[in-house]
Design a protein around this ligand. Structure first.
Ligand code: FE2
Length: 185
């Protein structure tokens, strides 16, 4: 994988979708999270359903076109979320997601690997998130998160089921979501 491939097929700054408002940052920081042992969903870490963001006009438009779930994710201090794909063996795998870094540790690193998960060494590409800016994330490419600092990190993640990354990317680039897309539907 080279850098251009990474920027187009793994991780993509969405041209058409503006940064999200700060009120969702506070919501993520105050949410109650379930650990993997509590929610039992494969390939998910600490999650909390983002009911407030799910009811925005933006998410309603997505729901009219795709099967999605909308969650806050929390990467604990001093944690490593090991290399994985988002459960491709399930009937409804998360094929891709819109990921938005909301707050917390900017030193936490999300990365994609080249194709093999269990090689002794991996080629890695770092996801250069910008605060509150939506990126499309290909969760069928092996990825991991390391947070080596004493501060949690919060992500808003809109997961798409079944629909391939390229189809979602085309839809998001070509759809006019209007000006008030983050107000309640
Ligand atoms: Fe994942």
């Amino acid at each position: 994988m080279d850098l251009d491939t990474f920027n187009n097929t793994c991780f993509y700054k969405l041209k058409n979708i503006p940064p999200i408002p700060d009120l969702f940052v506070a919501s993520a920081e105050q949410a109650v999270y379930k650990t993997h042992d509590q929610h039992k969903q494969l390939a998910h870490s600490n999650t909390s359903v983002a009911k407030d963001f799910r009811s925005t006009k933006f998410c309603r438009i997505l729901q009219n076109n795709f099967s999605i779930n909308v969650d806050y994710f929390k990467n604990d201090p001093h944690s490593f979320y090991k290399f994985h794909k988002d459960a491709p063996w399930q009937a409804m795998p998360r094929t891709c997601s819109i990921n938005i870094w909301l707050s917390g540790n900017p030193g936490a690193i999300t990365m994609f690997s080249d194709t093999e998960i269990n090689k002794l060494t991996n080629q890695v590409f770092i996801c250069n998130y910008e605060k509150c800016v939506p990126f499309l994330f290909n969760s069928q490419i092996p990825h991991a998160v390391v947070n080596p600092f004493n501060e949690a990190r919060y992500i808003l993640s809109i997961g798409f089921h079944i629909a391939p990354y390229e189809r979602v990317k085309k839809f998001l680039d070509e759809t006019d979501f209007g000006h008030d897309l983050y107000s309640p539907a």
